[in-house]
Design a protein around this ligand. Structure first.
Ligand SMILES: Nc1ncnc2c1ncn2[C@@H]1O[C@H](COP(=O)(O)OP(=O)(O)OP(=O)(O)O)[C@@H](O)[C@H]1O
Ligand SMILES: O=P(O)(O)OC[C@H]1O[C@](O)(CO)[C@@H](O)[C@@H]1O
Ligand SMILES: [Mg+2]
Length: 492
């Protein structure tokens, strides 16, 4: 049996091979494990808003390539099923009993997704029974539910947070599936980050083992942007925009004083996307430190040397640090192995630690007084409503999720790949975490925009590149050999 690192059985992967090295990583469908299900004409065909649209229904063979940059001799590569409404659906409106749950940390846009799931189900498919599960996964078996209607959700998108609450920990697969079965729920919309998607994959496996006609659908959420495959997660843009306010404040403080340093700590437990994009957007940042790129303080090429140069040249500087950066420098201090209820590492405050180190170093070694202001906006970048572009993104994600469930697909995450809405099998989402690749162009762009040292030796760079190549070769190999092969695709 082939399993991913998370014990998700990937041997059931539906891989379809086509001409020219075309590979479709398809998502599960009810018809894979339940026979003779009736289908119905999609009610959208009679909806005045959609019936005028030329080719509104997605073609059964439509798929979206994972890689858009190719060479003339490259194989066509991996594709995902294109999201959208299908001609035939597997549920009648009054048969659907949907539920929505939000898990993990907050993220701008959660309420927008909830709103659009409810309105999409009501307005597009005439579904009237939509339950909100309160307080995350544990809410399935230990909390009340809320009946969600278009009226109830009408202006929740203007508020931060999630109207149905969220939590970490408390995932008990069999209790959750018992609750789904007992309540007669047949569409489960699960909004959350990498941990949540692992939980969703486990729920799907159990639902399938019990042979239930229940669609299990994930909607990827995380301001950290650590979910692989998708272009980016919703709320990320909003968080980066809000982070600008902290960086601006740091810059104003720093440039108003002699030897002023503004130090901003931003969220990013295992990856530095928020810090990287906020730095690139701001142009006021002189140094960005992220978990993927270890840094050191002392000696040639170190952080102290760079700070001294910036202060000498400009009189001030701004540093952005992701909360997960430099944790190895802090190791040994107490509390480093603590975890939250979901098993995520609890981090120590690298920003506070670094502020003290910088002050001590410059007063002792350079006899200089540093005016350092430490700004930690923490929850302020995620406890806000989503901006306009995230709102549109949330709407498309939610509507795509609904179309897929109505069409009988299950075990998928609704996600944007190369600007197109797709259905991605869970095993692809939970397999690994998305990280900033420091040998990619984006990190090089950042280094050339800040002029900061890379903190890497030539040897480090070549090792990093080798590691990346090995990883991508392994991925290629597993796609070619591990999974069940279906030639002559009969795609739905
Ligand atoms: N491997 C796993 N299997 C089953 N459930 C899991 C797993 N990992 C996490 N979960 C559950 O998923 C939920 C959310 O996980 P977590 O707290 O890690 O947040 P997340 O979804 O990764 O979001 P974020 O990191 O953006 O805050 C929790 O209820 C947790 O119990
Ligand atoms: O909400 P909590 O448990 O304080 O967790 C904070 C974490 O959540 C995130 O916002 C998303 O995973 C991280 O950036 C941060 O480390
Ligand atoms: Mg997470």
């Amino acid at each position: 049996m082939a399993t991913t690192g998370n014990n998700i059985d990937s041997s059931k992967a539906k891989i379809v091979h086509g001409d020219g090295g075309y590979v479709l990583e398809d998502v599960p469908h009810f018809s894979d494990y339940i026979s003779d299900l009736p289908t119905y004409a999609n009610p959208l065909q009679d909806n005045p808003a959609y019936s005028v649209v030329k080719q509104y229904f997605v073609h059964v063979d439509d798929s979206v390539p994972q890689k858009v940059v190719v060479h003339k001799s490259s194989p066509r590569g991996i594709h995902f099923r294109r999201a959208g409404p299908r001609q035939r659906v597997y549920f009648q409106a009054d048969e659907v009993h949907a539920c929505i749950v939000t898990c993990g940390g907050l993220c701008p846009g959660l309420n927008t997704v909830i709103r659009e799931l409810v309105c999409g189900l009501y307005n597009m498919y005439g579904v009237k029974k939509v339950l909100g599960i309160e307080g995350g996964y544990r809410g399935f078996y230990s909390k009340n539910t809320i009946h969600l209607t278009p009226k109830f959700v009408n202006d929740i998108h203007k508020r931060g947070g999630t109207v149905i609450g969220t939590s970490r920990g408390g995932h008990d697969t069999s209790k959750i599936v018992d609750s789904i079965q007992d309540r007669g729920i047949n569409q489960v919309y699960i909004i959350g980050g990498d941990g949540t998607q692992k939980g969703a994959a486990a729920i799907y496996e159990e639902v399938r083992r019990r042979g239930l006609k229940v669609s299990v659908v994930g909607i990827p959420k995380t301001i950290d942007n650590d979910i692989p495959v998708i272009d980016k997660s919703f709320g990320f843009d909003t968080a980066v925009e809000e982070a600008q306010r902290a960086i601006n404040a740091a810059h104003v403080e720093a440039e108003s004083m002699e030897n002023g340093i503004g130090l901003v700590k931003l969220m990013g437990r295992y990856c530095g996307f928020i810090a990287m994009y906020a730095t690139l957007a701001s142009r006021d940042v002189d140094c960005c430190l992220i978990p993927e790129s270890p840094f050191y303080l002392e000696g040639p090429g170190g952080l102290y040397e760079y700070i001294a140069r910036c202060l000498k040249d400009n009189g001030h500087m701004v540093i952005v640090i992701a909360e997960g950066a430099g944790q190895e420098l802090l190791s040994g201090s107490c509390g480093s192995d603590k975890q939250d209820a979901s098993g995520n590492k609890l981090l120590q405050d690298i920003g506070l630690w670094l502020s003290q180190r910088i002050k001590d170093h410059f007063s002792k070694e350079h006899k200089m007084t540093i005016n350092l202001k430490y700004i930690d906006p923490t929850y302020m970048i995620r406890a806000i409503p989503s901006n306009a572009s995230d709102n549109v993104y949330c709407t498309l994600l939610a509507q795509s999720a609904v179309h897929g469930a109505m069409a009988g697909y299950t075990g998928y995450t609704s996600g944007l790949v190369n600007g197109r809405q797709t259905y991605i099998p869970f095993y692809r989402i939970v397999d690994k975490q998305n990280k900033v690749v420091i040998t990619d162009r984006m990190w090089a762009r950042l280094l050339s925009s800040t002029n900061q040292p890379s903190f890497l030796t030539v040897k480090d760079v070549s090792e990093e590149k080798k590691e990346e190549e090995t990883l991508s070769q392994m991925n290629q190999l597993s796609n070619n050999t591990e999974d069940e092969t279906v030639s002559n695709p009969s795609v739905k």
